[in-house]
Design a protein around this ligand. Structure first.
Ligand SMILES: Cc1cc2nc3c(=O)[nH]c(=O)nc-3n(C[C@H](O)[C@H](O)[C@H](O)COP(=O)(O)OP(=O)(O)OC[C@H]3O[C@@H](n4cnc5c(N)ncnc54)[C@H](O)[C@@H]3O)c2cc1C
Ligand code: SF4
Length: 350
């Protein structure tokens, strides 16, 4: 049985208190929300904070504010179940509800939070292993070692971003608010979610460790359609080995703007910008979509560090991008609902 290492637990009641405690405890401290990612990582000694600042008692993080017509604000401490069962999310941001519903299992969704999902550690076959397993290969660059076993000549870590919510929220153009108390007074800043991420398997978050993610700002519902497709081995609870989110704005029959974002293929949610530009101004016909999916798949540079063979995952990036775009264009999907796996038929954002 794997045991947690010893740690002190602090239980703030407000966001400012949480940020203040973390700043006071310094680099040895870390926030914990649901703990569904952090606690297993601590058991495997991948992350070893000495102090945990628990966010469960911070009521302000568990609120939903605003209206879909002007934009909805999700508190980062809402559980995944609370997000995907919220009536406003289900009817106006159905693509998000679908992405969140695809995360792990009902039990984990009752505990894991949307903020924790966006700050999820990156994953790799050589890293998500027990301490003893990692020790037997002299560890790796991401933690305790010197070599990247995926790309031994590489000076960087290629562990992948495996959040299911992040690609969809980046595609929607969501933003996040961060709070810190560095230098005494409380300070907040808001940035596009896309800018929260770095393409670096170790330093994967573009926020300071002392910054608390407080809110996720969803844009106003204004005619876009969004959806998410996920590839994994077991439909019941696996992490994505590939996720593809899409958001299309239509002007009549033509696509005014497109956003296509892959998960599970890089250390950050990766936008397929060439394909986005290709689709703009075009009618999403069978041919256009096939071409767009082929262009999009170039952005999905699968490496040999997750489940399934690398070459097959690369091919599936094109297949899943095409299915995702066909769904948004209202075209039949080859293989019908079976192609969707256990998630069921397509849903739209607006
Ligand atoms: C068996 C299993 C299957 C899983 N399957 C999936 C899956 O299919 N898809 C998927 O996306 N995830 C999956 N997960 C991962 C995890 O359950 C979810 O991502 C969950 O949403 C994480 O949220 P949490 O609140 O538990 O995060 P925690 O474990 O509490 O925290 C995760 C990280 O975020 C930081 N953090 C948390 N909240 C904040 C905040 N407000 N501000 C700043 N930093 C913060 C923590 O310090 C930590 O670094 C799975 C986990 C398990 C154990
Ligand atoms: S990509 Fe390389 S450095 Fe990163 S976790 Fe995997 S083996 Fe380690």
């Amino acid at each position: 049985m794997m045991r947690l290492p010893p740690f002190r637990y602090r239980a703030p009641r407000t966001v400012t208190e949480a940020a203040r405690i973390l700043a006071g405890e310094g680099p040895q401290a870390q926030f914990v929300a649901g703990g569904t990612d952090l606690f297993p990582n601590m058991k495997r000694r991948q992350q070893t904070p000495k102090v945990l600042v628990g966010l469960r008692g911070v009521a302000d993080l568990r609120r939903t504010r605003g209206e879909p017509a002007s934009g909805l604000i999700l508190g980062s401490g809402l559980t995944l179940t609370e997000v995907c069962e919220d009536a406003r999310v289900r009817s106006h941001y159905a693509g998000l509800a679908r992405a969140v519903r695809s995360i792990s299992t009902p039990l984990l969704r009752n505990t894991g939070t949307i903020g924790g999902n966006l700050c999820l550690d990156t994953r790799c076959n050589y890293y998500n292993q027990t301490y003893e397993w990692r020790q037997a290969i002299s560890f790796c660059l991401k933690k305790d070692g010197n070599t990247c076993w995926v790309a031994p000549g590489s000076p960087r870590c290629w562990a992948v971003s495996s959040s299911d919510a992040a690609p969809l929220l980046v595609a929607l153009g969501a933003s996040v608010t961060l709070l810190s108390v560095a230098g005494g007074g409380a300070r907040t800043r808001t940035l596009p979610l896309e800018d929260l991420y770095r393409d670096d398997g170790i330093d994967y978050l573009g926020k300071r460790p002392d910054e608390l993610l407080t809110d996720i700002l969803l844009p106003a519902v204004n005619g876009w359609r969004a959806t998410y497709w996920k590839l994994r081995r077991r439909g019941a609870f696996d992490f994505p080995v590939l996720g593809v989110a899409g958001c299309l704005y239509f002007e009549g029959k033509r696509v005014r703007e497109a956003r296509i974002v892959f998960g599970g293929v890089a250390s950050h949610p990766r936008r397929a910008r060439e394909a986005e530009a290709f689709l703009a101004g075009k009618e999403p016909t069978e041919e256009t979509i096939r071409e767009a999916a082929s262009i999009a798949s170039r952005a999905a540079k699968a490496l040999d560090n997750t489940d399934f063979a690398m070459g097959w995952r690369k091919k599936m990036a094109q297949v899943y991008a095409e299915r995702m775009l066909r769904e948004l264009a209202g075209l039949p999907i080859p293989g019908g609902e079976l192609a969707q796996g256990p998630l069921g038929a397509g849903v739209y954002g607006a």
